[in-house]
Design a protein around this ligand. Structure first.
Ligand code: PAF
Length: 281
């Protein structure tokens, strides 16, 4: 397994692999079973798998957890090695933003970032889109693998690839969960034991709304009000948002109809966790 931290070395390696298909798993490190399932899926579908590990400062707001974001490069390297990853790209911020920081060129997708996390984390998706575009240009993958836990990120990246004519297949991968339903996230490592119990409200509130929809509830206000009151009753929990949006446009829906996303971000103590359920067709 190669470990490369310079963009020049990565581009040189890529030129040498022109007859191979490349699967790409972009990450911010602190790898868990969710990342491993992306790597396993990539291994099955492509000749060579590249994993990037880069905590991208451009996608963090001023009051967010950039400085505390969990890191364990040694463990990440051993996970990648044991899963047959061919190359890890671990640049630092100077390497990625070698032309100056903040960059003069950024990537912005209209509309899809207006709600959900985009409304709460100003500039977040521009940071994600910019770094993912740079990584795509460097790695030039045939396929890139993204978890559905970050559904807004996934939908936005699908849009970039489509609208900027990038020859990359974006492969959505199912959210990986603990046995009691909590979506795997590097940020789960911030939770105390008591907070871990409270964190189950994140999947539970989504499942609760699905059960109401299955019983025939179609009124969005009723669903959201019910969900918010469930979150309020949970110790350590504070809703950042609970929204129901259209799958294609990520705009709020007025009734339950077609393919929708029920999505939430909830602070458990000071840890912000996100999750979603895709519903309908
Ligand atoms: O999902 C993540 O870990 C990050 O947003 C990504 C896609 C690696 C970009 O920094």
């Amino acid at each position: 397994m190669l470990i490369i931290n310079s963009t020049k070395a990565l581009q040189k390696w890529r030129l040498e692999q022109d007859n191979k298909t490349i699967g790409f798993v972009p990450t911010m490190g602190y790898l868990h079973d969710g990342h491993m399932s992306l790597i396993k899926t990539a291994k099955l579908q492509t000749d060579l798998v590249v994993v990037s590990i880069f905590v991208n400062p451009l996608q963090f707001g001023a009051n967010e957890d950039l400085d505390n974001y969990p890191q364990n490069l040694e463990n990440d390297i051993s996970i990648c090695k044991s899963h047959g990853v061919d190359l890890i790209f671990t640049p630092n911020a100077n390497e990625i933003y070698s032309n100056g920081y903040p960059p003069k060129t950024t990537v912005h997708v209209e509309l899809l970032g207006d709600h959900l996390c985009g409304a709460k984390r100003t500039g977040h998706f521009d940071g994600v889109c910019t770094v993912v575009t740079k990584l795509f240009n460097l790695v030039r993958p045939n396929m890139a693998f993204f978890g559905q836990k970050d559904i807004q990120q996934l939908r936005i990246i699908e849009t970039i690839v489509k609208e900027l004519n990038m020859p990359i297949d974006i492969i959505p991968c199912k959210t990986q969960r603990t046995h009691d339903g909590l979506a795997l996230s590097s940020r789960n490592s911030y939770l105390s034991v008591a907070e871990e119990r409270s964190a189950l409200i994140v999947p539970n509130v989504l499942n609760h709304l699905v059960s109401l929809i299955k019983k025939g509830e179609t009124d969005i206000n009723t669903l959201i009000t019910d969900g918010i009151s469930l979150i309020r009753k949970t110790p350590n929990a504070k809703a950042d948002y609970l929204e129901i949006v259209d799958y294609d446009t990520l705009q709020p829906v007025h009734t339950i109809n077609g393919k929708i996303i029920i999505a939430t971000a909830i602070f458990i103590g000071s840890t912000r966790l996100i999750d979603n359920i895709i519903w309908g067709d």
